[in-house]
Design a protein around this ligand. Structure first.
Ligand code: ADP
Length: 399
């Protein structure tokens, strides 16, 4: 089945057309600067053909029309008729407490997504826009939602409740939701497969380290805890997000600097993390190159980044009562041997031993043969999970 996978952001849409039987990515692209000057669509086809076109793309409907015209194009396309697209799968960030699994999108589902906007004000509105746009352009094609939160939806109360008055959880659904669930699920499954062991018998910690970063503790096939919380701000140090801080810092700063709610939010989400500490960049590649020049603040940023991962590794090993596998993924996890090396140093007591050569050469398994815990470096593939889930749901309704 050919499934169009969409990840709709406020001004961008990432897409992939995937042939699910062969797990083949026919085309992958992004439309950027939607609704702004200088909008552009870039696509890479499975055979290496590259395309970049600029145009006026006013909204999500126009953007998806553009995507379809490129997929259908005689020179750069991969399909001959739009009917070849049998389903559309959307990455939806927040399923709230309602959705613990991927689901066929109906009007009722859209209404629940709308109800959850308060929980994900930046992410759910563009997701809904994308769904509505597909409904207009491909009215007969079934659409499914695959939620970033779903894999974490079975965490125990002790992991998802905060130490706030319980009434606030009931009134406002303030709890830990966790994100990057599709990625944590995919790479933990892959690790179990590579170990030749049953996913449901293992204790695995996954670290998704991209622009956003999170870790998950996965015991017997279930996410039992994760570092991101009510929003993606909690936990690890990220590109521009601060991760864990003492909540009192916020009220202290608001009073000292006269910050508005909006300004405080922007400070924590956009001006902190690697960017805020280093003053160099939110991009790990630039932090690494500043380290070469002995940049002191870049070193602080790098150290905080790695230390926090190490700290959660210990915490989650304790939470699960042991550890069988540890997985690095995401742009930083997959590409930075220096980060992996630093995180895994001095952890022999936990059963973690890195093989320097395997780590440098980016093998799938980077732990030494003698390491009790297997350590992996695995590319994530959230789009494939979205396409496969969508295919399963759509095949079910077609029967
Ligand atoms: P997103 O979360 O937006 O999907 P990615 O998973 O692509 O992001 O990760 C982006 C991060 O990966 C950036 O911090 C970037 O610097 C980092 N990265 C990409 N390639 C490398 C590399 N070769 N070495 C170190 N970091 C890298």
């Amino acid at each position: 089945m050919k499934v169009l996978v969409l990840n709709c952001g406020s001004s961008s849409i990432k897409y992939q057309l995937i042939e699910t039987e062969k797990k083949l990515k026919l085309a992958k692209g992004i439309v950027e600067r939607i609704g702004m000057a200088g909008a552009v669509l870039s696509q890479k086809r499975f055979d290496g053909d590259n395309l970049k076109i600029a145009g006026e793309i006013l909204d999500h409907t126009m953007a998806i029309e553009y995507v379809l015209s490129v997929l259908l194009s005689k020179t750069h396309g991969v399909i001959s008729f739009k009917e070849e697209i049998e389903a559309v799968g959307h990455r939806v960030v927040h399923g709230g407490e309602t959705f613990s699994d991927s689901i066929l999108i109906t009007d009722d589902v859209i209404n629940v997504l709308r109800d959850n906007i308060e929980l994900a004000p930046l992410h759910n509105p563009p997701n809904i826009k994308g769904i509505q746009a597909v409904k207009r352009i491909l009215p007969d094609v079934p659409q499914c939602a695959v939620f970033d939160t779903a894999f974490h939806s079975n965490m125990p109360h002790k992991a998802f409740l905060y130490g706030l008055p319980y009434d606030l959880y009931k009134r406002y659904k303030i709890r830990r939701y966790g994100f990057h669930g599709t990625s944590h699920w995919y790479v933990s499954n892959k690790a179990a497969e590579l170990m030749g062991k049953n996913f449901f018998d293992l204790k695995i910690i996954t670290a998704h380290l991209g622009n956003g970063c999170s870790m998950a503790a996965i015991k017997d096939g279930k996410s039992i805890d994760t570092t991101m919380g009510f929003t993606p701000l909690e936990g690890l140090l990220m590109g521009t997000r601060c991760g864990d801080i003492d909540p009192s810092i916020i009220t202290f700063l608001m009073s000292k600097e006269g910050l508005t709610l909006f300004e405080a939010n922007t400070l924590l989400n956009k001006h902190s993390g690697l960017m805020g500490v280093s003053g160099v960049s939110s991009d790990m590649r630039e932090i690494l190159s500043a380290l070469e020049d002995n940049d002191k603040k870049a070193k602080f940023a790098f150290d905080i980044f790695c230390y926090r991962i190490k700290k959660y590794l210990g915490a989650y090993s304790a939470a699960m009562g042991g550890l069988d596998a540890f997985v690095f993924t995401g742009g930083i996890g997959e590409n930075s041997s220096k980060v992996r090396n630093e995180v895994c140093s001095d952890l022999e007591f936990l059963g973690i031993e890195i093989d320097i050569q395997k780590n440098n050469s980016q093998s799938e398994i980077i732990s030494a043969d003698s390491s009790k815990v297997k350590v992996f470096c695995l590319p994530t593939n959230e789009e494939l999970v979205i396409a496969t889930d969508t295919e399963k749901i759509v095949s079910g309704i077609k029967k």
